[in-house]
Design a binder for this molecule. Sequence first.
Ligand SMILES: CC(C)(COP(=O)(O)OP(=O)(O)OC[C@H]1O[C@@H](n2cnc3c(N)ncnc32)[C@H](O)[C@@H]1OP(=O)(O)O)[C@@H](O)C(=O)NCCC(=O)NCCS
Length: 179
Amino acid sequence: MSDLGPVAWPPEPIATERLVLREPAARDRATFIDLLASPEVHTYLGGPREREELELEMPRAPERWPGSFVVELDGAMIGQILLRRATDDRRPAAAGKVDLGFLFLPDAWGNGYAAEACAAALDWFDGALPGEPVVLTTQSANVGSMRLAEKLGFTEVERFEAWGAEQWLGQRPAAAPAG
Ligand SMILES: CC(C)(COP(=O)(O)OP(=O)(O)OC[C@H]1O[C@@H](n2cnc3c(N)ncnc32)[C@H](O)[C@@H]1OP(=O)(O)O)[C@@H](O)C(=O)NCCC(=O)NCCS
């Protein structure tokens, strides 16, 4: 994966009804570690990282790059949204396209926060890089992620076997040009 390319970054924080999307900051470090070390979060993502290792390796201020949003509820980080360009050409349908990823703390699941935040990130994306589709890959067994993909308007392109499980590749069409 590589970053999005020429977009104005960071944008002003994006406020939704209940959430704020913004770039990562030093105060998010502990939550990034919680996210990456969580077995629940990584059930369908190849397993969690070791917390001790993360404590040693994670920079004081989490990495910032165009397309990496922290999602905040009442002033505290609850998740991350990633928009990155897929460089892996093993899936021709995804190669070169922008890929949506999302990780939320288990305590925040089941409230519609991921759907609300992803919709806002995709709106931002439509303005930043108009006319580009977005793809999303998830294990088909990841029911929460599959439901979210459907709510966000992704439809199936293909299913394939990788990393020891069936994967679902979906695509959201490019937004119609403004006007
Ligand atoms: C995938 C993931 C983000 C989904 O989170 P989620 O909280 O289930 O997703 P949503 O924001 O869509 O919320 C879902 C539920 O909230 C409920 N909900 C409660 N209040 C709500 C509200 N005000 N508005 C909308 N939904 C609400 C809905 O019933 C909805 O359930 P449904 O999908 O059965 O209809 C989360 O499970 C996660 O972080 N998983 C680990 C990481 C991962 O696997 N990422 C995918 C690979 S990139």
